[in-house]
Design a protein around this ligand. Structure first.
Ligand code: HEC
Ligand code: HEC
Length: 322
């Protein structure tokens, strides 16, 4: 009797195929750490990477004259594209941060990861070139964040008062007391922020720029050991509830800087993105994983079917010429 070598051969190849398929699936899914790192790079890449920001203005900066900041700030993604990622269509549609630069939130569904990277390395616009400062990993993390990490809070923040619509303040207070109070204090004044040489408290940041507050609560602040909402498994609602509670904390008497939103402007229409909150984000990732497993399964099934045919043919031949 002959030793059936085919079954052994095929189980080994099936094992190899399964292994490569799952490795590929795992590699193409950005993990949470990459998204968080991308979000912090979006906030202030030179702080994340521990490098000195360029001294001169970002070349694209000269295409506008309404925002009069200069130097390091002009290199931050959020300064041009906003903390709500909506550029001239969002919170920066008026006020001292206005530049007229594009709304990424609306453009992103059309952009693949590679296209975003090409926007960052200067291939598409040589003036929009960060390749001297950001390596490939950082650019990919920025792209992962933009594709998988954005949450649209437009409907939940009143464009005139900048307050959260229908918050659960008690839930916000609970989360604040358990997670934030130890550092920021009962009244949010334990840490004083220096924002453009002005002292601000947590309450003033929450009232002046709720989108900045939400971005930094969800993704953390580079160079600090502040907890990261995304890592804690916080939903979009959790973040908004904490924001609403912090908006009730003291602002230090006056909100020193003016809100950036023009009260007369109507909110830009929100166009569906890849994931509108953390949950749909997670569902999308799970969906992608499931899809990949199904494809891998079909692939392996097809292979097994072929193997079966080959085995049958060989057996028949074996029977004919014993
Ligand atoms: C000085 C302002 C400025 C800064 C800083 C800036 N951008 Fe841009 N960005 C622009 C302008 C203007 C455009 C549109 C013209 C162009 O593509 O150059 C643009 C285009 C883009 C696009 C392509 C949108 C599209 O489909 O047309 C992406 C993606 C993007 N930026 C991401 C980023 C990221 C990520 C960062 C931070 C690393 C960043 N930008 C920093 C001004 C800026
Ligand atoms: C381990 C201490 C620590 C904890 C806990 C902590 N933070 Fe922070 N937080 C910091 C530090 C440090 C900074 C940065 C201060 C600076 O930039 O000068 C900061 C900055 C911030 C900012 C940015 C303010 C700005 O300049 O825009 C926000 C928003 C914020 N924290 C919210 C929170 C919230 C919400 C929680 C609870 C989920 C929290 N923090 C918990 C230490 C902490």
């Amino acid at each position: 009797m002959r030793v059936p070598r085919f079954p052994i051969f095929f189980s080994i190849s099936v094992f190899i195929m399964l292994f490569t398929a799952t490795t590929l699936a795992a590699e193409s899914l950005p993990n949470q750490d990459d998204i968080i790192q991308g979000a912090q790079l979006y906030d202030k890449w030179y702080a994340v990477l521990g490098v000195n920001p360029p001294a001169e203005n970002m070349p694209i900066w000269s295409r506008q004259s309404t925002n009069t900041r200069s130097g390091a700030d002009t290199w931050r993604c959020n300064e041009c594209h906003g903390w709500d990622y909506k550029g001239a269509q969002g919170e920066y549609q008026a006020g001292s941060h206005y530049t007229g630069f594009p709304d990424l939130y609306t453009l992103l569904p059309e952009l693949e990861i590679e296209a975003i990277v090409d926007h960052l390395n200067g291939k598409i616009d040589p003036a929009h070139d960060f390749s001297a400062y950001l390596d490939e990993t950082s650019m990919a993390q920025l792209a992962y964040f933009l594709k998988n990490g954005l949450i649209d809070d437009t409907e939940y923040i009143d464009p005139v008062s900048l307050r959260v619509v229908n918050p659960d303040i008690a839930h916000g207070q609970e989360l604040y007391s358990s997670t934030c109070l130890s550092c920021h204090g009962e009244d949010g004044k334990a840490i004083v922020f220096q924002i453009e040489a002005i002292n601000e408290y947590l309450g003033s940041v929450a009232n002046r720029d709720p989108w900045r507050f939400l971005h930094r609560t969800r993704f953390g602040v580079a160079g600090t050991d502040m907890p990261v909402g995304m890592r804690l498994g916080w939903t979009a609602e959790d973040g908004r509830d904490v924001l609403a509670y912090v908006q009730s904390l003291p602002t230090g008497g006056v909100i020193i800087s003016q809100p950036t939103q023009n009260p007369l402007a109507s909110p830009a229409p929100s166009i569906g993105g890849p994931a509108s909150n953390l949950w749909t984000g997670i569902l999308t990732s799970l969906g992608t994983l499931a899809g990949m497993l199904v494809i891998a399964g079909l692939f392996i099934g097809g292979f097994l079917f072929l193997a079966l045919i080959v085995v049958v043919i060989f057996r028949r031949r074996g029977k004919r010429n014993p």
